[in-house]
Design a binder for this molecule. Structure first.
Ligand SMILES: Cc1cc2nc3c(=O)[nH]c(=O)nc-3n(C[C@H](O)[C@H](O)[C@H](O)COP(=O)(O)OP(=O)(O)OC[C@H]3O[C@@H](n4cnc5c(N)ncnc54)[C@H](O)[C@@H]3O)c2cc1C
Length: 410
């Protein structure tokens, strides 16, 4: 009977289990996860803080998932070293876990820059796990002044989650715009206005120069008093375990088209990897939930003996703040369509006659169609592109295309 080991029990790890079981019903699966709770949707931690969900409902696949899939789960356990010759993993519990096929689904970890005086701040937090959300839930009250460093989606989701719990929320970022990794100078101001209308103070192009206990001395010269600090300046792929075993690492664990790594019988999936970005035509870290799910499933199937290629990778972000929807995807090359108002934005980008990326703020209709056009690398001259951008109906795509690519549903 084949022995499978999976390190990490989040989106990629859970999807890897599903991929294995879709091919091999009998093999032994052991999943090792450092967290006490696994199998929960990480993007839901802000909704947990808002009181819009609870731990039970945050489960990605239901509480009995591992039992149904016949998986031995080791919660609160770290994988500490991989011995590729012996095909074993040393665990923090003292156990040595043998495997025939191993998948690294170790995700990413929050980055903590070296701010002068950071050690003098008594209440400092990250915001990437359910444990982080629970710690903030315990700490923040209606009197609490919260300072968040980082106006990317994690920092802003934290601001949204805490808005009704805290006395005040200030978010600063060295970048000139909120969500600067996915929004541009036309789209970001729409989000910024919306956040400020909802009680979030933004300080952009400005960050902390030095901390002195509960005071942040900003680069602008302003001094900001706070009670709780949240550091949300980004995440980096968790590659240390793999690299220590001699595996090839770039910005993430390097994987081939079947998500195999450079180490024998070792695969990797999710935020920890650097895979192929179809929209850029180059390798990249695709640290978003849908990619972790798709990669995990694909890696699992391949571990179990299938040969499936993962060729649909691209950055794809779907998020909302206080009711404002935002979707962005791919690579922003040459602007081929633009519609910007005070409350909404639609921008489409293309290169060599195929769509490579889009930004939608407000009205996110059509995002699925644009995503399919990017993934399939559909030549824009094969469809009525102008009408695809403007018309409320999908008829301009043509019957053949609609039948083939959209299953004839429209
Ligand atoms: C607040 C927040 C909001 C988000 N919102 C969105 C969104 O709206 N849309 C979107 O697409 N994405 C969003 N994301 C990103 C998304 O959650 C990630 O892309 C996704 O969780 C990646 O899944 P993963 O399984 O690769 O890794 P992770 O979710 O990072 O999980 C990795 C797991 O591996 C464990 N682990 C690591 N090393 C070891 C070890 N040595 N031994 C044992 N266990 C180990 C970790 O403890 C962790 O449980 C959000 C993330 C956060 C934090």
């Amino acid at each position: 009977m084949k022995r499978y080991a999976i390190i990490g029990g989040s989106i990629a790890g859970v999807s890897c289990v599903e991929g294995i079981r879709s091919v091999d019903q009998k093999g032994e699966i052991t999943l090792v996860t450092a967290e006490e709770t696994s199998n929960y949707g990480r993007p839901l931690i802000s909704y947990y803080l808002e009181g819009k969900t609870d731990e039970a409902r945050m489960s990605w696949r239901g509480a009995d998932f591992y039992e149904k899939m016949r998986v031995r789960v080791l919660h609160g356990t770290r994988a500490e070293a991989i011995d590729t010759a012996a095909h074993t993993v040393a665990l923090s519990s003292g156990e040595t876990l043998g495997y025939d096929a191993l998948c690294l689904c170790t995700g990413s970890s929050p980055v903590c820059p070296r701010f002068e005086g950071l050690e003098t701040v008594p209440e400092r937090h990250f915001f990437t796990t359910l444990a982080d959300a629970k710690a903030l839930e315990r700490t923040v009250t209606k009197e609490t002044r919260v300072l968040i460093i980082g106006a990317g989606f994690i920092g802003l989701k934290c601001a949204e989650g805490l808005r009704d719990r805290a006395g005040s929320i200030t978010v600063c970022d060295l970048a000139q715009h909120a969500m600067s990794a996915s929004l541009d100078a036309d789209s970001a101001p729409i989000l910024e206005r919306h956040l400020e209308q909802n009680g979030i103070r933004l300080l952009l192009g400005n960050t902390v120069a030095r901390f002195d206990g509960g005071t942040a001395h900003m680069q602008s010269g302003e001094a900001i008093g706070f009670d709780v600090l949240v550091i949300a300046v980004g995440v980096r792929p968790e590659t240390a375990l793999f690299a220590a075993a001699g595996g090839a690492v770039g910005r993430g664990i390097l994987v081939g088209e079947t998500l195999r790594t450079s180490l024998p019988d070792v695969w990797a999936a999710g935020d920890c990897t650097e895979g192929f970005d179809v929209s850029a035509g180059a390798a990249g870290v695709l640290a978003v939930l849908p990619m972790a799910a798709l990669q995990g499933e694909c890696a699992g199937e391949n571990m179990a003996g299938q040969r499936r290629v993962f060729d649909k990778g691209m950055k794809l972000n779907s998020i909302g703040f206080f009711g404002l929807h935002i979707m962005s995807a791919g690579t922003y090359t040459e602007l081929v369509y633009s519609e910007v108002t005070q409350t909404g934005c639609k921008k489409l980008f293309a290169k060599d006659g195929v769509l490579t990326g889009f930004i939608l703020v407000g009205d996110v209709a059509r995002a699925g169609i644009y995503t399919a056009l990017i993934r399939e690398r559909t030549p824009l001259d094969a469809i009525d592109f102008d009408a695809v951008c403007r018309e409320p109906s999908l008829l301009p795509l043509g019957k053949d295309y609609r039948t083939k690519k959209l299953g004839g549903v429209v």
